[in-house]
Design a binder for this molecule. Structure first.
Ligand code: A2P
Length: 335
């Protein structure tokens, strides 16, 4: 019989946590025992896995005995607090937070791009930022072919990126605004219903936000290109769960839209949706619930004459490939 693994999910009740449970189930991950961990508020409640009720336990330092993989999605502070306990227990921590991503001793992994890095772990493997994962899955195959030099990205990020409370806020505010009620922003700095907010994570001295700098630093680390130039504007939009990105890419060599389509047609984790005559292009409603990143609106950058620029639009499910699916795929590398 093939080996089965004991898996813990810290933050099991959160927006990403519940997708982790479902992804393990849907992909038939060889689970022996599944341990669901959250705060004391959730202890004693149950969540379903493969049709069975599993009682949620309070996350403590003793939660990881006999665990093989500990998937964390309960925020950076919780990851930092429990990392030592996970590593000492002998489990591999797959951490969805930003706590360890830029740590030189921690691999930052998107299996379609740099699976080999995962095997250099010393107990912790980091799951990258959601917008970064979605971007590198589509961009790395082009980088491999024509060497990417510069990337300018604008994101259209769903409320799921702020967790269950972000999605709930969009739903509540939409109802309240349509019925003329007063609204009170909580999860976001401003109203998100019928609005967009060019502010995700905290502002830095250079005018960028931390989210924008994550896309720069993490994409360099994942794609192993320390000199890549990246500039981003990250925007929260009133979309429930899939992130979209407008990408302007400059390559070392000339590249045509036809070449881009041919490369992405066979790229793992990418689905080409690029038939403008039929009004087919990536949209968050179509990307929601999918494992693949949708790529389309592929065209030559008309602002340059050297044929080295490409524009493209992508959409990907933030909770799946941007978080839960990527984490489960990392665990699958060891199965
Ligand atoms: P709980 O539901 O018990 O609060 P989201 O990103 O959707 O907001 O989810 C955050 C996840 O992190 C939830 O599962 C939440 O559990 C969990 N969490 C938050 N604070 C703690 C904590 N102090 N200890 C353990 N889990 C926590």
């Amino acid at each position: 019989m093939s080996k089965k693994f004991n898996v813990a999910i810290a933050g099991a009740t959160g927006a990403v946590g519940v997708e982790m449970i479902e992804t393990l189930e849907k992909r038939n991950f060889p689970v022996n025992e599944l341990r669901l961990l959250a705060s004391a508020r959730s202890a004693g409640k149950t969540l379903k896995y493969n049709g069975k009720d599993i009682v949620i336990e309070e996350l403590t330092e003793n939660s990881f005995k006999n665990i093989d993989f500990a998937l964390f999605s309960a925020g950076g502070d919780i990851s930092k607090q429990y990392a030592r306990a996970v590593v000492d227990s002998g489990a591999i921590m797959i951490d969805n937070s930003s706590a360890f991503r830029m740590d030189d001793s921690v691999p930052l992994v998107v299996p379609e791009v740099n699976a080999e890095d995962a095997f250099k772990h010393k107990g912790i493997i980091a799951n990258p930022n959601c917008s970064t994962i979605i971007m590198v899955v589509a961009v790395n195959p082009l980088h491999k072919a024509k060497k990417l030099k510069r990337l300018v990205a604008s994101t259209y990020q769903a409320t799921s990126g702020a967790g269950a409370k972000g999605m709930e806020e969009l739903e509540i505010q939409t109802r309240q605004l349509l019925s003329g009620e007063a609204i009170e922003p909580k999860a976001f700095a401003h109203r998100i219903g019928f609005n967009l907010i060019p502010h995700i994570d905290v502002f830095q001295d250079n005018g960028y936000t931390k989210e924008e700098l994550k896309m720069l630093n993490e994409s360099r680390k994942i794609m192993h290109c320390p000199d890549l130039m990246v500039s981003c504007t990250c925007v929260r939009v009133p979309v429930m769960r899939a992130h979209s990105e407008s990408l302007n890419m400059e390559f070392e060599e000339a590249i045509t839209p036809e070449e881009v389509r041919a490369i992405l047609q066979s790229a793992p984790g990418v689905k080409l949706v690029d038939n403008t005559a039929a009004r087919e292009y990536p949209m968050p409603i179509d990307a929601s619930g999918l494992y693949d990143i949708l790529a389309g609106r592929i065209r030559q950058d008309c602002s340059r004459t050297d044929g080295k620029g490409i524009d493209m639009f992508i959409s990907g499910d933030q909770l799946l490939k941007g978080a839960a699916l990527n984490a489960v795929q990392i665990a699958e590398l060891f199965v």
